[in-house]
Design a protein around this ligand. Structure first.
Ligand code: PLP
Length: 437
């Protein structure tokens, strides 16, 4: 876009104002992209509408939160009914019991749980609880996994932390970072060694079973099984961070998909049907260490608020009712998109890798298979930027970083997909041309 057009765009004006009052002009780093992000005033189904009247087919879907699409009518109807009954009580509600029972029924390891407000809170408290339960200090996390933006886990973190070159944030005391052991993903030998050396000091292994925060990275065959066995042998709490994969890979998340039961799980995103809520939970003997039944403290004014709980409850009910239709259908579409991307890229002689699973996919501009953080970092982010911008010009919005993942929803129609394939074609064509000049 030329400079004069930029100035006529309402989003440009808003970004100029926003930069003066919000650091970087945004309220979460991944939302900022060059030359400036489009500002949105509504979204419905598969589409997101910018303030200047443009609209986009959305494959960001609020970073994976909206598997039913934007503004699901069924969910919003229930939320409207709840709104007039009160938005926050500060006391227990029948709704939260129904919701917790529903989550426990769907997620294999979830014997008991606590509701919180964000994924960051969920992983922070899951780790504290694992430490309290085991009496051990250290945790293991994997390069490129993102578990939210608190001190225990913001070391070699993926997502915006990697996109903006701050995988190890300033402001985290060395003593805290020293208790987090960072290992490469998909490498069972280094994990075995670390556990053999330090197993008695390790409270928890936390992992995104499928990484959605360094682009999309899948676990090698048997990798998760071997982690399960190792952690069990050494009395280490295995935490699956399923904030993306929960209700996404399958209704029961990655643990259902791979048939592996972790000790604890964190959930968020889809759990709230577009409203802020998250959860952590798992084995009952561990969860009972949580206050007020136990001595690990955790609390929250907005935890289990009836609006988010209502949205989450109805979202899970819809998914449960339609699971046999939704999950296979999305998986099939996703596989077709992968094949299309691979074929188109080959036609334009661009070396790419396309990783996909269930309703998640991502393209990497790289000749090397992407199996961990190091290989993800080898991809050509400049080519990705061209691809992203071209898609935007063609009315397709994907997350604006190589180190994120694209998501499908049940609201994406045949027509949307057709338009998307044409846009992929043009975008890859442009990448091939700009690469030559
Ligand atoms: C796997 C994973 N864990 C934790 C988080 C943090 O969740 P929140 O942004 O709700 O704090 C995210 C956010 O993207 C995530 O993808």
């Amino acid at each position: 876009m030329v400079e004069s057009n930029l100035r006529n765009d309402k989003s440009y004006e808003l970004f100029e104002r926003a930069k003066k009052i919000l650091p970087g002009g945004v309220n979460s780093p991944v939302r900022a992209f060059k030359p400036y992000p489009f500002f949105v005033n509504k979204a419905k189904g598969s589409k997101i509408y910018a303030v200047n009247g443009d609209f986009y087919i959305d494959y960001c879907m609020a970073y994976g939160s909206l598997i039913l699409g934007h503004s699901s009518k069924e969910v919003l109807n229930e939320v409207k009914k709840q709104l007039v009954k009160g938005t926050l009580y500060g006391t227990p509600t029948p709704l939260e019991v129904d919701f917790a029972e529903m989550i426990s029924k769907l997620v294999p390891c979830m014997e008991m749980l606590r509701l919180v407000n964000s994924g960051t809170e969920a992983t922070m408290h899951a780790i504290r609880l694992a430490r309290g339960f085991t009496g051990r200090k250290k945790i293991i996390k994997f390069e490129g996994c993102f578990h939210g933006s608190h001190d225990y886990v913001l070391v070699k973190a993926g997502s915006g932390a990697t996109s903006f070159g701050t995988p190890d944030s300033l402001g985290i005391p060395e003593e805290t970072a020293q208790n987090t052991i960072i290992l490469p993903y998909n490498n069972i030998q280094v994990l075995e060694e670390a556990i053999k050396n330090e197993g008695d000091n390790i409270a928890a292994v936390i992992i995104e079973p499928v990484i959605g925060n360094s682009g999309l990275i899948l676990p090698k065959d048997d990798y998760l099984n071997r982690i399960r066995k190792l952690t069990k042998d050494y009395g280490i709490i295995l935490i699956f961070d399923e904030i993306i994969t929960g209700f996404r890979l399958a209704l029961g998340g990655a643990q259902e998909y791979y048939n592996i039961k972790p000790d604890m799980v964190t959930l968020g995103k889809i759990l709230g049907g577009g409203f802020p809520i998250a959860a952590f939970g798992g084995r009952k003997d561990i969860m009972q260490y949580l206050s007020p039944s136990g001595k690990v403290y955790q609390a929250g004014t907005f935890s289990g608020n009836p609006i988010s709980v209502t949205a989450g409850l109805y979202t899970l009910q819809i998914l449960n009712k339609k699971k046999d239709e939704i999950y296979p259908k999305l998986e099939k579409i996703c596989e077709e998109l992968r094949k299309t991307l691979v074929d188109l890229a080959a036609g334009y002689h661009i070396e790419v890798q396309v990783n996909n699973i269930a309703s998640m996919f991502q393209i990497f501009f790289s000749p090397y298979p992407v199996i961990d953080y190091s290989s993800a970092k080898l991809s050509d982010t400049h080519k990705f930027y061209i691809y992203f911008q071209e898609l935007l010009k063609h009315g397709i919005f994907i997350p604006p970083s190589q180190f994120e993942t694209c998501f499908l929803s049940i609201a994406h129609s045949e027509e949307d997909l057709e338009k998307t394939v044409n846009a992929f074609d043009s975008a890859l064509h442009t990448v091939s041309i700009k690469d030559r000049v």
